[in-house]
Design a protein around this ligand. Structure first.
Ligand code: GDP
Length: 369
């Protein structure tokens, strides 16, 4: 029988079979590591050498155990959300788990917002939505983990608010939490050797701790998989469509009632009733948008899903859910938001419908621009 080996970085049991699970180490590295007596799992190796953090799969149970643990400690919580996918970023019931601990809500990816958008309006909207979910952050701010916008301010805010406590950074996958943690590591000099990972007692979770000057730490927690994200319906290569990397350029469509826009095959917009008007789409610049007649739209979708209307790709059609329809009428200028994809700004006094895969939210808000 083989002797059990443990990573000297995080303590996870070394295994060579599943690279998505804790303790994964390629066999070739295992051999070398045994010779030198220094065995790191691939995740810790990457962390030490490239300041890179890779994702490890977690079950919801693991995550709930982790959240409970946070609720039991006296800590400051930093909840990172994606402002392009707010409803796909919310952690259901977070307010129950964090207990009395204060929460800073961080809206990430501000760099992709169109120039015309006033950030304060976005902040107000996020705060309103958070409140509806029962979350009462002590502060809400927008950052770009990727470009670095306001990351210094965030660190200063954390320092001010943590009052001698640990800091837990929480978020669902794809919100940019790893990007943020990596940036914090880079901005805090000489961290490479002091980063430690350790295990939560009673769970298989490991965590990354960035030590703070008073013996406390900023603790990265693994991202939870949020079932209601558009991301789950896409291939890796298409994820860029819902994680725009560049600033979003608005596109204007002059529409008459009775016209439909398909957002590739992922979502649909019907203009049902109202005067001819301009509708402004805010989506990834590469997302294919197809205009057609409402009366033919169902047929068109059936015929062209997977070819002209792509993604989804032909090989994924069997798993791609039917689109769900939601109808709205506007009293004022409003945004119809397709969670994770973007939004369309509508004029007042129109009736429209938005469609998205089941579970992905479509909703209306007061226009941000
Ligand atoms: P995690 O799953 O929360 O750790 O998310 P990642 O850090 O892996 O980021 C998910 C995706 O969002 C990647 O494609 C990142 O490049 C992108 N991303 C992360 N932060 C930002 C940001 O501030 N702006 C933009 N435009 N993209 C970002």
């Amino acid at each position: 029988t083989q002797e059990e080996l443990f990573c000297i970085g995080c303590g996870a049991k070394i295994q060579t079979t599943d690279k998505n699970q804790l303790g994964y180490t390629p066999s070739s590295v295992l051999k070398k590591g045994l010779e030198t007596g220094q065995l790191y799992c691939q995740r810790c190796f990457k962390l030490r050498h490239y300041n890179e953090i890779s994702d490890i799969q977690l079950s919801d149970d693991d995550f709930l155990a982790l959240l409970n643990q946070i609720g039991d400690s006296d800590a400051l919580i930093v909840n990172v959300v994606d402002i392009f996918d707010f409803n796909g970023s919310i952690i259901p019931g977070l307010h129950r788990f964090v207990g009395d601990n204060p929460v800073i809500l961080v809206g990430n990816k501000v760099d992709i917002l169109p120039t015309a958008l006033n950030p304060n309006k976005m902040i107000n909207w996020i705060q309103k939505e958070a409140k509806e979910q029962g979350l009462h952050p002590i502060e809400t701010m927008l950052i770009s983990a990727k470009k670095g916008n306001s990351v210094d301010e965030l660190l200063a805010l954390i320092d001010r608010e943590r009052k001698g406590r640990d800091v837990y950074v929480v978020g669902v996958t794809n919100v940019g939490k790893s990007t943020l943690i990596n940036r914090i590591i880079k901005q805090t000099n000489g961290m490479q050797d002091v980063i430690t990972t350790s295990q939560f007692p009673g769970t298989t979770l490991d965590r990354i701790e960035i030590p703070l000057d008073d013996g406390h730490a900023l603790i990265d927690t693994p991202g939870i998989i949020h079932a209601q994200q558009m991301a789950h319906y896409l291939h890796d290569k298409d994820l860029r469509l819902i994680a725009p990397q560049k600033q979003v350029k608005p596109k204007v469509y002059q529409l008459n009632a009775g016209q439909t826009l398909f957002l590739a095959g992922l979502a649909r917009f019907d203009f049902i009733q109202g005067d001819r008007a301009g509708f402004v789409g805010y989506f990834d610049n590469e997302l294919y948008i197809h205009r057609t007649k409402l009366e033919n739209a169902d047929d068109f979708y059936g015929k062209h899903l997977g070819d002209l209307l792509q993604p989804p790709h032909p090989e994924d059609l069997a798993d791609f859910p039917e689109l769900h329809r939601y109808e709205f009428s506007t009293k004022q200028k409003s945004d119809l938001v397709f969670a994770g994809l973007g939004w369309i700004t509508l004029p007042a006094d129109v009736v429209v419908a938005g469609y998205a895969p089941k579970g992905v939210s479509v909703m209306i808000r007061k226009a941000l621009i």
